[in-house]
Design a protein around this ligand. Structure first.
Ligand SMILES: Cc1ncc(COP(=O)(O)O)c(C=O)c1O
Length: 399
């Protein structure tokens, strides 16, 4: 009852609702219950606890108090009815896909997806006979044109990585609802601070909590948050079989990061906005991709759907592939590493790392130039970051 008064996300991020201890008081921070199994005095109570996801704790693959606290917190932040925490973002995505799809079903997904999700969908199509159809545009007409009678799932990302494309979530989610198609939105790059897709009509929100939610590059995790608890009950048995459950310590570390999420997102967005504007004016740079930059193709949608431009930006260097590689080696404050969403600034060169299997035309179709650099902008001092970027760009220009 108290929670319903916590409307603002900054308040909800700080106040985790703990289960009461014997005696009735509640710890302020979430206790770490690092136990794989739970002992009972009564065989009947143990048997009863096996009936579903919400009985007494039995075994931590089925449920754990620390993991449950994370699930409640994530459901609260996203405005969902309930959530399941996973071992990683890919655990959450694979769990939901495997739970909801059967051979012959159709998934409609946006073309520009995280590579791991794309690989999971390719596997579902090749090995399990699921039909996967990609839509290129950002609007609802793309979905309506391709959704067939066996369409079961629409899969979107709030902000696509690394292009920053933002789909028309309200339009697409309404179109899915009209066709009784379950919609799932990977909200990892926006976080619930910048967008809450359930409020826009999504059925499921997916997260790599590894990224902004945990925020400190020290833990892997994932989550699915459900608008309707009936959907969690459908997904839960499959996830228990899959076994990609969150470990209590990983859940505890994620909870440790969440109270500062709104503060961190503010700094990520402000720093990324400053770097995006200055990069756009630099002679070594041919294009900057950040959704809140007026030149970005998703600018109007991003302004409507997101409350900030996000912490991820990418930019094309005039010198192509060698320039991209030279830049990521020349930075001194930013670090060359693959992840994103942590407090520190990271850079990568997608054409030779995450997208290295793609040839020139395939890279171009995915909107990834050979000289594109991706930057997960951290919360360091923005002028330190800009000085670092400037010196790395001057190395590129000399090279
Ligand atoms: C948008 C998005 N979704 C999902 C994932 C997968 O998350 P994890 O690495 O936690 O499995 C990533 C990882 O980079 C991502 O960027």
């Amino acid at each position: 009852m108290k929670e319903t008064r916590m409307k603002d996300i900054r308040t909800r991020a700080v106040h985790v609702v703990n289960e009461p201890l014997p005696g009735g008081s509640r710890p302020l921070s979430v206790p770490l219950v690092q136990s794989s199994a739970f002992a009972f005095d009564s065989a009947a109570e143990l048997a009863e606890a096996m009936a579903g996801p919400d009985g007494a704790y039995v075994y931590s693959r089925r449920g754990n108090p620390t993991v449950r606290a994370l699930e409640h917190t994530l459901a609260g932040l996203e405005g969902g009815a309930s959530a399941i925490a996973f071992a990683s973002g890919m655990g959450a995505i694979s769990g939901v896909l495997l739970a909801l799809l059967r051979p012959g079903d159709q998934v409609v997904a946006q073309r520009c997806l995280y590579g791991g999700t794309y690989a999971a969908l390719t596997d579902l199509a090749e090995r399990y006979g699921v039909e996967v159809t990609y839509i290129d545009g950002d609007g609802a007409d793309g979905f309506e044109a391709v959704a067939g009678p066996r369409a079961r799932l629409l899969l979107l990302e709030t902000i696509a990585n690394p292009t920053g494309r933002v789909p028309d979530l309200p339009g697409l989610l309404a179109a899915a609802r009209r066709r009784n198609v379950v919609s799932a939105v990977d909200n990892s790059l926006a976080s619930p601070v910048l967008c809450r897709p359930l409020e826009l009509g999504a059925d499921i929100v997916l997260h790599s909590t590894t990224k902004y939610l945990a925020g400190h590059s020290d833990v892997l995790g994932g989550a699915a948050v459900f608008a309707d608890d009936a959907l969690r009950r459908r997904v839960w048995p499959r996830t228990v079989e899959l076994g990609a459950c969150a470990d209590p310590f990983a859940a505890w570390l994620t909870l440790r990061g969440i109270p500062t999420l709104p503060l961190r997102m503010r700094e990520h967005c402000a720093n990324a906005g400053l770097l995006a504007a200055r990069l756009a004016a630099h002679r070594a740079v041919t294009a900057v991709h950040w959704p809140w930059l007026a030149s970005h193709p998703s600018y109007a949608t991003a302004r409507a759907v997101l409350s900030g431009g996000g912490g991820l930006l990418s930019f094309d260097l005039a010198g192509g592939r060698p320039a991209g590689r030279a830049f990521v080696e020349a930075v001194r404050v930013a670090r060359l590493a693959l992840s994103l969403g942590g407090v520190e600034t990271l850079v990568t060169h997608p054409a030779t790392t995450s997208h290295r299997e793609l040839d020139g035309p395939a890279l171009a179709a995915a909107g990834i130039g050979a000289g594109l650099v991706r930057m997960s902008v951290g919360i360091e001092d923005p002028e330190d970051l800009w000085r670092d970027v400037e010196q790395a760009l001057s190395v590129v220009l000399l090279g």
